[in-house]
Design a protein around this ligand. Structure first.
Ligand code: 5CA
Ligand code: ZN
Length: 409
């Protein structure tokens, strides 16, 4: 699938520090240890009602992660999917009386435009679920050969306990898993399943729903196996980072991990599971199902500078839930103006200590709020008393662009 464009990332003097990140599976901040090339898979949108601020916060967080890896000398192989066939998309199509493909295409295009405006580095491979169907069918067939898949009526289910490590990503109790599975679209009570937590990998065609012909029959993929097939095809195992919002840790990443570990007879699927916090609005998690959404495209249409949106997101640490507010956006607009004024002149306070400090903060589990404070400090001094270091302001602009993705020029 077509991805999007972004401006080249400026290269900074010296090299960034090795990135340490919180890993959901081990519940600690550990060094990411990628080889020369770091492999990252981030779960993409289900393309209806995109791009809301929650989506944007998640993709901007992984963009900062990628920038930090690049700054410390790694190449990054980044893969993202688009869930362009799934129940919620079909439900929306019925509600709007529109073709599901038209909705998916339109919303994916809005997402691309928003990502471009927010200066998010595109994935090297941007893969739709529909285009991955032949691969999904192959992976399901392989799971069948391994004895990890069984039929329920005409659908196919994966036995999650075929992976002895099932549960190790989120470490929830079985009761918690069943509760979350129910809440997040799972079907623990379906008659014919061998275990309530077993998950759908292939759904046989249903009346008035799209379906594809494969060697598994006429149908469409389950959700988790879609991401696993794409990640295994384009990255291989282990990947360095499996990313997404915290709402995906269970069941999506837990079950996908077990599918991948059975398929590859190896573990771990991912060295780090990185989960971003949920952004709320009007008292609840911003979500398409609830409809409490603030759209990036609407803010842009109303004249908000996308770099101010980006700064409003970066003002929150990626692991702490937070609420979107007008005040937060206004503060970001002011901050952007202050940074632009400070970097529009030819000399200022030295950029060298600032670069060191920002690198330290970002390498330590991506402390973006404190990194913004450090830049504020430099900018206030620059605006109040100036400085004699020629070229420092343009160096600082480069730091903001390269490490935070905030373009000031
Ligand atoms: N297509 C699947 C992933 S394979 C999906 O979850 N799509 S989504 O459109 O619902 O979400 C896209 C990404 O945005 C996911 O990583 C999700 O965790 C994240 N996300 C959704 N809502 C929020 C929110 N309110 N705050 C932060 N991130 C969110
Ligand atoms: Zn996914």
């Amino acid at each position: 699938m077509k991805s999007w464009q972004c401006e080249p990332v400026p290269v900074l003097p010296g090299q960034g520090l090795a990135l340490r990140l919180f890993d959901t599976a081990t519940r600690e901040i550990r060094p990411t240890a990628p080889g020369k090339t770091a492999a990252m898979y981030v779960c993409g949108i289900t393309p209806y009602d995109a791009t809301h601020i929650g989506h944007a916060a998640t993709y901007v967080a992984f963009d900062v992660l990628q920038r930090s890896w690049r700054d410390s000398g790694h190449e990054v192989k980044y893969v993202q999917n688009v869930t362009d066939i799934d129940d919620p998309l079909l439900e929306r199509a019925v509600a709007l009386g529109q073709d599901w493909r038209a909705i998916a295409e339109r919303e994916t295009e809005v997402f691309r435009e928003d990502m471009n405006a927010l200066n998010v580095i595109p994935p090297a491979y941007y893969i739709g679920a529909v285009e991955a169907i032949p691969s999904v069918a192959d992976h399901v067939a392989r799971l069948q050969e391994l004895g990890a898949v069984y039929p329920v009526e005409n659908d196919l289910y994966f036995s999650v306990h075929a992976d002895p490590r099932f549960g190790s990503v989120t470490q929830l109790s079985e009761a918690q898993m069943i509760a979350e599975f129910t809440e997040r679209g799972g079907d623990p009570a379906r008659v014919g399943k061998r275990h309530p937590l077993d998950c759908l990998v292939w759904q046989a065609a249903r009346p008035n729903e799209p379906a594809w012909d494969t060697h598994l029959g006429h149908g469409r993929p389950g959700w988790h196996i879609e991401c696993v097939a794409i990640a295994l095809d384009y990255l291989g195992i282990p990947i360095d980072v499996q990313g997404g919002g915290s709402d995906l840790a269970f069941p999506h990443h837990e079950m996908g991990t077990s599918e991948a570990q059975v398929l590859s007879t190896s573990w771990p699927y991912a060295r780090h599971y990185v989960h971003t916090a949920m952004v709320a609005w009007q008292g609840h998690k911003m979500s398409k199902s609830r409809g409490n959404l603030v759209f990036v495209s609407h803010l842009r249409r109303d004249g908000v500078d996308p770099m101010a949106i980006r700064l409003a997101l970066l003002a929150h640490h990626y692991r702490g839930d937070w609420t979107w507010t007008q005040e937060g956006l206004f503060a970001a607009v002011e901050r952007l103006a202050c940074w632009r004024a400070a970097t529009a002149v030819s000399s200022g306070p030295s950029a060298t200590p600032l670069l060191k400090r920002v690198r330290e903060l970002l390498s330590d589990d991506m402390q973006t709020p404190t990194a913004l404070d450090a830049i504020d400090h430099w900018a206030s001094e620059a605006n109040a008393i100036g400085g004699s270091d020629n070229g420092a302001p343009s160096q600082v602009a480069k730091i903001c662009d390269s490490l935070l993705g905030v373009r000031l020029a």
